[in-house]
Ligand binder design. Structure first.
Ligand code: PAF
Length: 293
């Protein structure tokens, strides 16, 4: 196993991607913040299925963290990440902070509307940080395909919209959530959880699965589905940011007394201990969640 080329600078990364294109290879891109788990590796494998040159970036982006969030303690392990990526990618792009944010900045990329609900109000500035860094990363790598996980459902919708609105010639692909055998959605933040917290975190997928079963049995009340998930989750977690039934495309929450369409998003964000976790299911679209373990 030779492993990927690890590059730190923008010119080297541009040169590697230009070289691939000059050889007639299409470029797939998986942006990450590192602390890679099997969910990330699935994104990278999807990239490999779709293109002959695969780039994975590893950059813990400060502008998407709020002042009281976990930027400083976010897990970082470049060497371990490169080892996990092995031969799955051609290039690991691990830029330096000063290259991605050189000097005083006056430009931010912001997507309106899709960021008004769900995580938007709970994490002011977060999506602007994400869309700004992803635009910069796209401009360095120049991929034809970019792959993101559906666990960050709102992020995926926002990035799809940004790419379309900015006329970027990039296909944005969403990859299904990878879960542990007991249903917990894979996340780099799971490493923060104590064993008691991890057990309590299972309430997220269990709540979503309960609503999914009710939906499959014909329940279409937005409030009833939401409350079903919330009643499983709220007593077990430290605090709930939201449990929301929302339009799966516009991401606008449905009223409690609304009837859901045949495809609707159920999304949750909460804290278990100090760790913020998110999860979601698209009712009427996603396969039944397995929460057996
Ligand atoms: O999903 C993530 O890991 C990050 O938000 C992303 C897309 C790499 C931007 O920093």
């Amino acid at each position: 196993m030779s492993g990927p080329l690890v590059v730190r600078t923008l010119p080297e990364t541009r040169a590697a991607c230009d070289g691939a294109r000059a050889r007639g290879l299409d470029v797939a891109f998986v942006p990450t913040m590192g602390a890679l788990h099997d969910g990330h590796l699935a994104l990278v494998k999807e990239g490999r299925r779709r293109a002959r040159f695969v780039v994975c970036s590893i950059f813990v982006n400060p502008t998407q963290f709020g002042p009281n969030e976990d930027f400083a303690r976010y897990p970082r392990d470049l060497e371990g990440d490169v080892r996990k990526l092995g031969d799955l990618v051609d290039v690991v792009f691990a830029p330096r902070l000063e290259d991605m944010y050189p000097g005083e900045e006056r430009t931010r990329v912001r997507v309106g509307g899709l960021t008004d609900h769900l995580c938007g109000p709970h994490r002011p500035g977060h999506f602007e940080g994400v869309t700004t860094i992803v635009t910069k990363l796209f401009s360095v790598v120049g991929p034809c395909t970019a792959i993101f996980g559906k666990k960050d459902y709102q992020q995926l919708a926002v990035l799809r919209r940004m790419t379309a609105d900015l006329l970027l010639p990039i296909e944005v692909v969403g990859h299904p959530i990878l879960r542990e055998a007991d249903g917990l959605a894979m996340s780099s933040r799971n490493v923060y959880l104590s064993s008691d917290e991890r057990a309590r975190a299972l309430s997220l997928s269990r709540g979503l699965a309960a609503a999914q079963r009710a939906f499959a049995a014909g329940e279409r009340g937005a409030g009833a589905l939401r409350r079903l998930a919330e009643s499983e989750i709220a007593p077990r977690v430290t605090s709930v940011d939201y449990v929301t039934v929302a339009d799966a495309d516009a991401l606008v929450p449905l009223e409690e007394d609304a009837k859901t369409p045949g495809r609707v998003l159920l999304a949750v964000a909460c804290r278990v201990g100090r760790t913020r976790l998110i999860d979601n299911v698209v009712l009427g679209e996603d396969a039944p969640l397995s929460t057996a373990g």
